[in-house]
Design a protein around this ligand. Structure first.
Ligand code: AMP
Length: 191
């Protein structure tokens, strides 16, 4: 089973993906993590995307599709797409890649939240990381956050209609406790 987690920054996609990895042995494919890794290790691509990411804008479709293609070509199944696709072009590319691999998307789970909660959650994540002496994401600040939210509404939210039209859209209440959201997702996956 391959699934997509859809939702704005701070909706809890990463947290829920980690739980699915731990509890169901699924494989998390987070383009955000892959890009941050490229940034940290200072690859050519990492250098090219650093500023765009720090501002909160989306990197090019070509780059993220290439990253996902590499992972899918390595084989396996049970993927959780976390933070990908983020544009309609990426969604089409994912479908083509899955076809090529003889695989399919089981569902796209929309994590529903509201903006007030998001800003609070993300600034909290930054404050907690700082307090624990951990690195703070360069894009976890109020300015980048505004750009990230706008990118979500302009470029990513059309995917809700896209997956709805394909009959693949499911939704969970992302405002519940982490455990409540996990339980809702489990119910969806087991039904
Ligand atoms: P995330 O960790 O998912 O919040 O992603 C962090 C940043 O990485 C985003 O704000 C974008 O700059 C970039 N990014 C991650 N995934 C994608 C994607 N699928 N398409 C374009 N940019 C992405």
């Amino acid at each position: 089973m391959n699934i997509i987690l859809l939702g704005p920054p701070g909706a809890g996609k990463g947290t829920q993906a980690a739980r699915l990895v731990e509890r169901r042995g699924m494989v998390q494919l987070s383009t955000g993590d892959m890009l941050r890794e490229a940034k940290t290790s200072g690859t050519e691509m990492g250098k090219r995307v650093a500023e765009v990411m720090d501002r909160g804008e989306l990197v090019t479709d070509e780059i993220v599709i290439g990253l996902i293609r590499e992972k899918l070509e390595a084989g396996g199944t049970g993927f959780i797409f976390d933070g990908f696709p983020r544009t309609l072009a990426q969604a089409d590319a994912l479908e083509a890649l899955m076809d090529e691999m003889g695989q399919s998307i089981h569902c796209a789970i929309e994590m529903k939240v509201n903006d007030d909660v998001l800003v609070g959650r993300i600034l909290n994540r930054a404050a907690e990381a700082a307090a624990a002496g951990q690195p703070v994401r360069a894009d976890d600040n109020e300015d980048s956050l505004k750009v990230r939210l706008m990118a979500y509404y302009k470029q990513t939210s059309p995917l809700i209609g896209y997956y709805h039209a394909k009959g693949l859209l499911r939704a969970v209440d992302g405002l519940g406790t982490m455990d409540a959201v996990t339980a809702e997702i489990a119910t969806l996956l087991d039904s």
